[in-house]
Design a protein around this ligand. Structure first.
Ligand SMILES: [Zn+2]
Length: 565
């Protein structure tokens, strides 16, 4: 057989940003070997007539660190055509770590990323201490390729022990961190990650260790990458929603000292002028935006929306009759009010652990007489009625037999224009899916690329198809130094996705019961993704897993001999 796989008649959008063209793509031994009008037999042929053939998506912000131990396929990402993801973000990784720090690190990871700590701890084998041992432990045949970063938190714990939770590091401790970082990079880490975000706290509200670091510590770790001339840096700044001048100066300092690409997370286009200024100076600074909004809708009839809010979760789990009784019981009402407020005070800013009442609007009323309330924020409604916000919501819902539809709005759609413009400058990448995290919460944004292809490309024409694909393939590959992926070209690894541009999109989130140890988790499925190919093997076919697990842990600085399999 001339080829292992032949994809015929598709529209090739090759990742370079240049124009699409119709061509066949032939694969042999995991590598793209011919493009154009290909003759010759293949073990498997995919008819891509009317479909787009693109490089697999490279997702720059995921938290799949523990997922291989309970889901080797790495869903939800692989459903959307993600074939490689950068993991170990936000300073939260499970290596290098001595046994005495495992429990605290896992608890912190689970708390920040909303993962079920008990069921995860039951499936983690903890067979590693060094970064190299960890990479071996997760390289067990996966649905996609993983590119691990090493987290600043385990480096701190290893170098400082308990003091990591209390204070900045001494020069000696920084030197230990630099040595551990060097070892991890030499083992194949793609860089390091850190967080300074006030929302990142451990199970008792304590700041994660990296938040105790001073600027000099991060600059020193940046210098280590500079010496190795390898790796990227991911920083969640103090003001993740709106990076301050001080944040920006620090990001630029780290980028300057290291000479390496620095990614920082943001949710809007405000940092654009400062990023452009830094770039003009030759500093490699990139904003990772979250393009996909998380706007969950819910009624009080059946929702997981309050499952993270104590007392509310118990009431919401009751039968409908019991729930109605609880909502009308004045004593229970007082408790619900109290918990709504108390949780916010106690755990300020931990995503998913409180309810952002001001962002919840009445989406759709069941009764005609309440129509005027549609579009109103619950806080406005409460103010107008002189009630507590919880009462305003519950009274309306009770009047309508719990059929009122509410929506949590993370962003008004008009803001997308500025976000897409920022992306078009090349300094921002819409890649903040957070896949692998937030299994417990009421949103999932793992399908970010599918959402962008649907909303920004097809529906609103804010990006061209070629440009959007480039942002998810060649651009991230080039920045992180992944040389054999991110383009459809002869000699590149055959990581591909075949999709229908007319239908691609995300389905409404679902709860599936296949989380760690069978716990429930939130997933987001794709629409319009026909095939996902990793290393030349079809992993997803018409939404179904073929059983293939060809994904590997990619180690930086090694040739990824794509035909090695
Ligand atoms: Zn993150």
């Amino acid at each position: 057989m001339a080829y292992d796989l032949l994809i015929t008649g598709g529209m090739v959008v090759d990742g370079s940003g240049f124009s699409r063209y119709r061509a066949d793509v032939a694969v042999k031994n995991g590598v793209i070997v011919e493009i154009g009008r290909v003759r010759g037999a293949a073990a498997r042929t995919i008819d891509a007539d009317g479909l787009v053939v693109a490089p697999g998506i490279i997702d720059l912000h995921t938290h799949y660190d523990a997922q291989p131990f309970w889901d080797r396929l790495c869903t939800s990402s692989v459903w959307h055509g993600v074939t490689t993801s950068l993991m170990g973000n936000c300073g939260l990784t499970l290596a290098p770590l001595r046994p005495e720090h495992r429990e605290a690190m896992l608890a912190t990871f689970c708390c920040v990323e909303d993962l079920p700590v008990r069921s995860l701890s039951a499936v983690l084998p903890w067979t590693w201490q060094t970064f190299d041992e960890y990479l071996k432990a997760i390289d067990i045949g996966l649905g996609m390729n993983l590119m691990p970063l090493v987290g600043h938190n385990p480096l701190r714990l290893s170098a400082m022990d308990k003091a990591a939770w209390d204070r900045p590091a001494t020069p000696d401790e920084i030197a230990v961190m630099q040595r551990l970082l060097r070892e991890s990079i030499e083992a194949g880490a793609w860089g390091w990650s850190t967080t300074d975000s006030p929302t990142h706290a451990g199970p008792h509200g304590e700041p994660v260790p990296t938040r105790l670091a001073d600027d000099e510590e991060r600059i020193a770790l940046g210098r280590t990458l500079g010496e190795l001339n390898r790796g990227v840096i991911e920083i969640l700044p103090k003001g993740a929603g709106a990076p301050t001048d001080a944040d920006h100066a620090h990001l630029t300092d780290v980028a300057r000292a290291s000479g390496r690409p620095v990614f920082f997370l943001t949710f809007d286009a405000a940092p654009r002028p400062r990023v452009e200024a830094a770039t003009r100076e030759g500093v490699q600074l990139y904003a990772l935006l979250r393009a996909i909004p998380f706007n969950p809708r819910f009624t009080l009839k059946k929702t997981t929306f309050f499952s993270n809010l104590d007392v509310w979760d118990v009431v919401m789990a009751k039968s409908l009759d019991e729930r109605l009784a609880a909502f009308t019981d004045p004593a229970k009402r007082a408790e619900l009010r109290e918990w709504a407020d108390q949780r916010q005070r106690r755990r300020p800013g931990v995503p998913g652990r409180f309810i952002k009442w001001a962002s919840i609007v009445v989406k759709k009323t069941a009764m005609a007489k309440n129509r005027a309330l549609e579009g109103q924020a619950l806080t406005e409604l409460a103010a107008a009625q002189g009630k507590h916000v919880a009462d305003a919501m519950l009274d309306l819902a009770l009047e309508e037999g719990l059929d009122t539809e509410f929506e949590l709005q993370s962003r008004p759609p008009a803001e997308d224009v500025a976000l897409a413009e920022f992306v078009r400058t090349g300094h921002a990448i819409p890649s903040q899916s957070d896949a692998g995290a937030h299994l417990n919460t009421n949103f999932c944004t793992a399908g970010e690329s599918s959402w962008v292809l649907a909303e920004w490309v097809r529906e609103r024409q804010l990006l061209t198809l070629e440009d959007a694909i480039r942002r998810y393939t060649f651009q991230p590959a080039r920045i992180v130094g992944l040389r054999d992926r991110g383009l459809i070209a002869v000699g590149m690894a055959a990581d591909l996705m075949v999709f229908d541009p007319a239908t691609i999109g995300v389905k409404e989130d679902e709860i599936s019961r296949d989380g760690p140890s069978g716990t429930p988790r939130r997933v987001q499925r794709a629409i319009g993704v026909h095939q996902v190919v990793v290393g030349g093997e079809v992993v997803m076919d018409a939404g179904e897993h073929t059983g293939a697990l060809p994904g590997r842990v990619l180690r930086a600085g090694r040739a990824h001999e794509v035909s090695a399999r």
